[in-house]
Design a binder for this molecule. Structure first.
Ligand code: NAD
Ligand code: LMR
Length: 339
C-alpha cells in the first residue's frame, strides 16, 4: 500500500454563522471561508447558514457545491431557518442577509424593515452564540444595522460588534495604487471615516509607501484629484458597480469580509491599521453611540482605535457630515424604539 503524507496538525474547528447564505455575497463568500482564506490553513471551519424559509433550498444547493469542492478544512455545513439554531455556538457571526431597498421605499422604511431582522438576530446571538462570539454586520445600512444588533445583545462586549467598511478601504487602496503606481500591499496609513455610504470620508493624509517603492507619491497631495475624483469614486463605488454590473458588489464584498475577519482573528500586520465600523465613545469627536468607521488595529482578537491622528479642518468637516448622517439614522431607529 502507498504511504501518504503525514496528517496535518489541525486546531479545533471554528464555528461561523453566515446569514443570507443563499444570496450573491453568500455564494462568493462561503467557498472562501471553507478554503481556509479566513482563518488560515490549519483551522477547520463549521458553517451554520441562516436563510428565510423561501431560500433554504437554494442555500442547501450551495452546501452541495461546498461538499463537491472537497475542502479539507470544511468540518460541516448546515442550513437553518431559525436564528436560535443558526447562531448556536457561533464563534463568528457574519450578518449578510438584509432587506434590499425597493422602489418607493424611504430610508426610514428600509431601517424599519431591517430592524425586524437585526433586532431578533442580536437577541439570538446574545442567547445562543459562543462566549467569545465576534459579529460582523454586512447587510445595509450596515452601520445602523450593527447598532440595532448590538443593542439587542447586552451580554456580548460591545467591541465584539463591527460593521463592514473594509470594502471601502480596499476600494480606496486600489484607487491609490492606480494613481500612484504603488502596489496595494505597499500602501499603509489609509482610513475610511464615517458611514458605509456616499458620505464616507476616505482619508489619505497619513498614507505611507513601503521603502524604495517607485511611485508617484506627490499625486496624493493633489487636492483637486482628491476632492473631484478619488473621494467620489470610492464613496460612490457601490452605485457604480450596480450601474455597470446590474447587481450590487458581491465578489469584492466577500473579499472584504474575508479580510476583516482574517485580521480580527489573526491580527493586523505590525505597523499597519485598517478601517472598521466600531461603536463610538466620542473618539475623534465622533458622536457617542453610533457605529462609525475608524482606523483600527487588531491584537489578540480585539479591535483598538488608533489614537492621536492629526485631522485637517476640511477632513474634520467631511467626517462630521458623515457622522451627522449616522446620528440621523440612529435617531430614526431610536424613534422606532429599537435602540
Ligand atoms: P442578496 O439579495 O443576493 O442576498 C440576500 C440574502 O439574504 C437572500 O438570500 C435573502 O433570502 C436573505 N435574507 C433576507 N432576510 C433574511 C433573514 N432575516 N435571515 C437570513 N437571511 C435573510 O443580497 P447580497 O448581494 O448578498 O447583499 C446582502 C446585503 O449586503 C445587502 O444589504 C447589501 O446591500 C449589503 N452589502 C453590504 C456591503 C458592505 O460593504 N457593507 C457590500 C455589498 C453589499
Ligand atoms: C456596496 O458598497 O457595494 C454595497 O453597499 C451596495 C450599495 O448599495 O452600495
Amino acid at each position: 500500500m502507498m504511504q501518504g503524507a503525514a496528517p496535518r496538525q489541525r486546531r479545533e474547528p471554528v464555528t461561523v454563522t453566515v446569514t443570507g447564505a443563499a444570496g450573491q455575497i453568500g455564494y462568493a463568500l462561503l467557498p472562501r471561508i471553507a478554503s481556509g482564506a479566513m482563518f488560515g490553513p490549519d483551522t477547520p471551519v463549521r458553517l451554520r447558514l441562516l436563510e428565510i424559509p423561501a431560500a433554504v433550498r437554494v442555500a442547501e444547493g450551495v452546501v452541495l457545491e461546498l461538499e463537491d469542492c472537497a475542502f479539507p478544512l470544511l468540518a460541516g455545513a448546515d442550513v437553518f431557518d431559525d436564528a436560535a439554531q443558526a447562531f448556536s455556538g457561533a464563534n463568528y457571526a457574519i450578518l449578510v442577509g438584509a432587506r434590499p431597498r425597493q422602489a418607493g421605499m424611504e430610508r426610514a422604511d428600509l431601517l424599519a424593515a431591517n430592524a425586524g431582522i437585526f433586532a431578533p438576530q442580536g437577541e439570538a446571538i446574545n442567547e445562543h452564540a459562543a462566549q467569545d462570539v465576534r459579529v460582523l454586520v454586512v447587510g445595509n445600512p450596515a452601520n445602523t444595522n450593527a447598532l440595532i444588533a448590538q443593542a439587542h445583545a447586552p451580554d456580548v462586549p460591545e467591541r465584539r460588534f463591527t460593521a463592514l467598511t473594509r470594502l471601502d478601504h480596499n476600494r480606496a487602496l486600489a484607487q491609490i495604487a492606480r494613481r500612484t503606481g504603488a502596489g496595494t500591499d505597499e500602501i499603509t496609513g489609509l482610513t475610511i471615516w464615517g458611514n458605509h455610504s456616499s458620505t464616507q470620508f476616505p482619508d489619505v493624509s497619513q498614507v505611507r509607501f513601503a521603502a524604495g517603492v517607485q511611485a508617484d507619491i506627490a499625486a496624493l497631495q493633489d487636492r483637486q484629484w482628491l476632492e473631484d475624483e478619488f473621494i467620489p469614486r470610492v464613496a460612490k463605488r457601490g452605485t457604480e458597480i450596480i450601474d455597470v454590473r446590474g447587481a450590487s458588489s458581491a465578489a469584492s464584498a466577500a473579499g472584504a469580509v474575508v479580510d476583516h475577519i482574517h485580521d480580527w482573528a489573526l491580527g493586523t500586520p505590525a505597523g499597519e491599521w485598517t478601517s472598521v465600523g466600531l461603536l463610538s465613545h466620542g473618539e475623534y469627536g465622533v458622536p457617542e453611540g453610533v457605529f462609525s468607521s475608524f482606523p483600527a488595529i487588531s491584537r489578540a482578537g480585539d479591535w483598538q482605535i488608533v489614537p492621536d491622528l492629526e485631522l485637517e479642518d476640511w477632513a474634520r468637516a467631511r467626517i462630521d457630515a458623515s457622522t451627522d448622517e449616522l446620528v440621523a439614522e440612529r435617531d430614526a431607529v431610536r424613534a422606532l424604539g429599537l435602540v
